[in-house]
Design a protein around this ligand. Structure first.
Ligand code: CP
Ligand code: NVA
Length: 309
């Protein structure tokens, strides 16, 4: 079966254009509606997705696996521990072999260089299911969730409170591409690096020392764990450094009265967010988690079939 040429990968948020995001959000809404109505939709019948996990996952695994089955396809699940990836088979060789047998690959790994290298040697589209640097599928879901609740994100302000990590980098890319603003507040030593995020550093993001100032007037307040996967050795130092970067009701009160709260999950109540916020009326974290599946189904459809009307 042929895949649209040239081959498209989804390794960073900026791999798609603003116009293509418009298409994906429309398709995600259509695909979600079909799912809710139990309407069969099998455009990827006989297609196979390989999912490679070098780090743990709940949402990414379930959303890609369930999503691919719902589109009529099937999945192969690989981890470092149960494949030759854990025994140092070169990435290039793994990419050449795996991509001769499946139609699409999703990878969750450490360095972005690893997934870029895999994609460079793959015959089929490769999707980033999280690296140390980026988590594009999550921001895709987050923006879709924002649109569902509040309409276009264009011109809005997102407050990022916490680590300058893979999620923060991806928000910065999204803001530059989709024309909104990110207010970033991180503890010192954990700042976002525009060079790593791959953004120009114009006026699409602004840095605040005090997390409450970052939240002032924001349309969306969002955060993430203090310690991302792969950084566990820094746990104690991070606990001390991040103590004031807990999204609390005071921060939500200075945000726009209509502000939403999001968290990619898993969350640690009492650390990066108070229970009253994540379990409160402004939180849309469960819609956000569910939407991973709907947007990724739209993404897989796009990468394998191109623009479906
Ligand atoms: N948000 C997210 O990617 O969750 P998992 O780590 O459970 O996949
Ligand atoms: N920043 C977190 C996101 C988990 C979904 C991590 O990389 O562990």
């Amino acid at each position: 079966m042929s895949t649209p040429k040239p081959l498209r990968h989804y390794l960073q948020f900026k791999d798609l254009s603003a116009d293509e995001y418009g298409h994906l959000f429309e398709r995600a809404a259509v695909i979600k509606k079909k799912f809710k109505a139990y309407e069969k939709y099998h455009p990827l019948a006989d297609r196979t997705l390989a999912m490679i996990f070098e780090k743990a996952s709940t949402r990414t695994r379930v959303s890609f696996e369930a999503g691919m089955y719902q589109l009529g396809g099937s999945v192969v699940h690989l981890t470092t521990g149960d494949s030759q990836l854990g025994r140092a088979e070169p990435i290039e060789d793994s990419a050449k072999v795996i991509s001769r047998m499946v139609d699409l690959v999703m990878i969750r790994t450490y360095g972005q260089d690893k997934i870029e290298n895999f994609a460079a040697h793959s015959r089929v589209p490769v999707i980033n299911g999280l690296t140390n640097e980026f988590h594009p599928c999550q921001i895709l879901a987050d923006i879709f969730t924002y649109i569902e609740h509040r309409g276009s994100i264009r011109g809005k302000t997102v407050a990022w409170v916490g680590d300058g990590n893979n999620m923060a980098n991806t928000w910065l890319q999204a803001a530059e591409l989709l024309d909104f603003k990110v207010h970033v507040s991180t503890p010192s030593g954990y700042e976002v690096d525009p060079a790593v995020a791959g953004v120009r550093g114009g006026d699409s993001f602004q840095v605040f020392a005090d997390p409450k100032d970052a939240c002032r007037g924001a349309d969306l307040v969002t955060t993430d764990v203090w310690t991302s996967m792969g950084y566990e050795a820094e746990n104690e130092a991070r606990r001390a450094a991040f103590a004031d970067w807990c999204v609390d009701t005071e921060m939500m009160q200075v945000a726009h009265p209509d502000a939403l709260f999001m968290h990619c999950l898993p969350a640690h109540r009492g650390e990066e967010v108070e229970a009253d916020v994540i379990d409160g009326p402004q939180s849309v974290v469960w819609d956000e988690a569910e939407n991973r599946m709907h947007v990724q189904k739209a993404l897989m459809e796009f990468l394998l079939l191109g623009r479906v009307a």
